[in-house]
Design a protein around this ligand. Structure first.
Ligand SMILES: *[C@@H]1O[C@H](CO)[C@@H](O)[C@H](O)[C@H]1NC(C)=O
Ligand SMILES: *[C@@H]1O[C@H](CO)[C@@H](O)[C@H](O)[C@H]1NC(C)=O
Ligand SMILES: *[C@@H]1O[C@H](CO)[C@@H](O)[C@H](O)[C@H]1NC(C)=O
Ligand SMILES: *[C@@H]1O[C@H](CO)[C@@H](O)[C@H](O)[C@H]1NC(C)=O
Ligand SMILES: *[C@@H]1O[C@H](CO)[C@@H](O)[C@H](O)[C@H]1NC(C)=O
Ligand SMILES: *[C@@H]1O[C@H](CO)[C@@H](O)[C@H](O)[C@H]1NC(C)=O
Length: 586
């Protein structure tokens, strides 16, 4: 072995050793219960984990075994999903109700057990039954075994979770939309770490304020846990350097703002580099040492939505006096929104931002995008307007019922765990196969006037079935039914590579020529451009049943979902593990 080979061997050992030597089991207890919470002067009982809103932050190291014992103390079913965790061979712990498991019922417990393999960064966890995730969510942080590949030292890491607050009960909002066929009531506020901030009435005391020190750099771990809205986020007078998305490192790039969809996470570096001209003034009589941070929706739908803005503050710590934390109050109005916050309709910003996202693709963190494909699926992602059944009163547009579909299949949740059925029937074929691999009736998907007279859909629970190790390409095609919209599509159990995106109709001849097969962004949730398409490549190397759905909760409710079954491989290490003994029954 020459010098070069020896050096390589050392390098490889130094990467592998820490993981194999020091893997530990981290145990957590999640108690799901009601808690009275007041926001905007409205008090209501919300579902929480351990009484916290947002929920507790989980911090583990890459390579750790994780065990979370979830105990349900409420007379509702629940499940928890570990959003973005690969769950290699442990699909039993993924969490989506009736896809991988039956719910944890009142008084029962279930311990989710999985290992965090080859992932590092910010992910999150949330309830995965009905709209419970509105309040049942929190950060899931995976600390790396190797130093961060960032250019500067980090002073502090700060989780920033965006959410949506309704003054009324969220489950009632969902039930109402299911019953009437209409869209859901919009939320009453957006929140930063559960706090709406001073732009809402009766909300001044519920304002997020983050203290920073001049000259230091902070890592913001940003999570969009909102139910139905993609968001822009900016901090006045500060730029953000994106370094990681969905727990994969990116080539760092500096931006005035970010766009983040429900389901996505984005790590950014923020350097507190603004001079403090107004040291002598107290926080309450000046915004001199306070900078507004703001989030508001990226809007691509014509339907009613929450068009409000949540703000919080970056507070520069005084270098000349000690400030008791009680003196750090939000400044008095008026508040000026950051000039760098994109307008709600700024599709150009959203597009440019997405174009700038690239995998780091370094020696240590190679980009494993499949260069060839074994199977290609093209699917529409669509809203629908269903004819109202006789004797029903539908309150959606034109007295019809809103629905949504992929390849004209509106997903219906079965009443058992698909994963369990699949596992028990491995020999006798598949109960749920047969998802159409291309649009059943091609039309001009994004044309000005696609088939408006018939926007009905079909119902089913059909999934794509692929052998272990399939290199799969999925093209997601938005449609103009009702209106085009930017849809955040989330895939469970696998990361994917976004090799191409564009507006209009996907062209199977021309568009693949422009794919990025070098350093495409790797994610678990893609923002499919409004009136456009996105092409994803997946190494289908995780045996199990994996939900694929729009992370706008209203669209999932309407059926914008399907799933992927990855069969076991020849080698026993390529097969699903047996179900755990406490796996919840139906
Ligand atoms: C939704 O909004 C309508 C109109 O404001 C209201 O009548 C209804 O009670 C709301 N639904 C819920 C569940 O709060
Ligand atoms: C922040 O930016 C605004 C306009 O973009 C400018 O008017 C203001 O002076 C800046 N504030 C500071 C403290 O630099
Ligand atoms: C939000 O929508 C309401 C109702 O459509 C409208 O009156 C208001 O001006 C909008 N606000 C913003 C900031 O666009
Ligand atoms: C689809 O519709 C658009 C807009 O109406 C039109 O420009 C385009 O030519 C149509 N494409 C096809 C293939 O018909
Ligand atoms: C979807 O299915 C419905 C019900 O079978 C049918 O009427 C409609 O034409 C289909 N639409 C498309 C675009 O395939
Ligand atoms: C909880 O889930 C079980 C299994 O699907 C179901 O039989 C039961 O009705 C559900 N209970 C509630 C309160 O929704």
């Amino acid at each position: 072995m020459g010098n070069h080979g020896y050096f390589m061997l050392l390098l490889v050992l130094s990467i592998l050793l820490p993981c194999s030597v020091s893997s530990t089991t981290r145990r957590f207890k999640f108690n799901v219960g009601w808690k009275k919470v007041t926001r905007l002067c409205h008090t209501k009982s919300i579902l929480t984990v351990n009484g916290e809103y947002p929920g507790p932050t989980i911090v583990v190291h890459e390579g750790d075994n994780v065990e979370v014992k979830v105990t349900n103390h409420v007379a509702l079913n629940t499940t928890i999903h570990w959003h973005g965790i690969r769950q290699y061979r442990t699909g039993w712990a993924d969490g989506p109700a009736y896809i991988t498991q039956c719910p944890v019922s009142f008084g029962k417990s279930y311990t989710y057990k999985f290992t965090v393999v080859d992932q590092r960064g910010t992910l999150w966890w949330h309830a995965h039954l009905s709209w419970q995730r509105a309040t049942v969510n929190g950060a899931f942080i995976i600390l790396p075994r190797m130093p961060y590949p960032f250019p500067v030292p980090i002073q502090k890491e700060i989780p920033i979770i965006f959410g949506e607050w309704w003054n009324s009960d969220v489950i009632a909002i969902e039930n109402e939309m299911i019953q009437t066929g209409d869209g859901p009531n919009s939320s009453d506020a957006y929140t930063i770490n559960g706090l709406p901030g001073p732009l809402y009435s009766c909300s001044l005391k519920d304002t997020f304020i983050q203290t920073v020190e001049y000259g230091k750099t902070y890592l913001l771990r940003i999570i969009n846990a909102a139910l139905n809205d993609e968001l822009f986020f900016a901090v006045a007078n500060h730029t953000l350097t994106v370094v990681e998305i969905d727990a994969t490192y990116t080539k760092p790039f500096t931006t005035e703002a970010i766009m983040i969809t429900p389901g996505q996470t984005t790590n950014v570096l923020l350097t507190a580099n603004q001079q403090q001209q107004q040291q002598q003034k107290t926080a309450s009589d000046s915004t001199g040492s306070m900078f507004v941070m703001a989030a508001r929706p990226y809007l691509t739908s014509v339907f009613p939505f929450d068009n409000s803005t949540t703000i919080g503050f970056l507070h520069y710590k005084s270098t000349t006096k000690t400030e008791p934390s009680s003196s750090i109050q939000p400044p008095f109005p008026p508040y000026t929104l950051p000039k760098n916050l994109p307008a709600m309709e700024d599709t150009k910003f959203a597009t440019d931002f997405a174009d700038n996202l690239r995998s780091l693709a370094s020696f240590q963190y190679p980009c494993k995008v499949p260069k060839t494909v074994d199977k290609k699926v093209i699917t529409t992602i669509s809203l629908n307007l269903q004819d109202c059944p006789v004797n029903e009163n539908c309150k959606g547009y034109l007295n019809k019922r809103f629905l949504a579909s992929m390849n004209n299949q509106s997903f219906v949740r079965p009443s058992m765990s698909i994963l369990e059925s699949h596992y028990k029937n491995l020999k006798s074929g598949h109960l749920f196969s047969g998802f159409p691999e291309k649009p059943p009736n091609p039309f001009n998907y994004t044309g000005v006037d696609p088939v408006k007279e018939n926007m009905n859909t079909e119902f089913g629970s059909k999934l794509i079935v692929v052998p272990f190790g399939t290199k799969l390409e999925i093209v997601l095609q938005d449609t103009n039914f009702l209106n085009p919209e930017n849809h955040p599509i989330h895939i469970h159990g696998h990361n994917f590579f976004i090799v191409g995106r564009g507006f209009g109709n996907y062209d199977a001849e021309k568009d693949p020529l422009g794919y990025n097969l070098v350093d495409p962004p790797e994610r678990n949730t893609v923002a499919v451009p409004v009136g456009g398409w996105a092409a994803l490549r997946i190494n289908a190397d995780n045996p199990g049943v994996w939900f694929i759905h729009c992370h706008l909760e209203e669209h999932t409710t309407w059926g914008l979902a399907m799933g992927l079954i990855v069969q076991g491989g020849k080698n026993p290490s390529q097969r699903l593990l047996p179900p755990p003994p406490d796996f919840p029954p139906c």
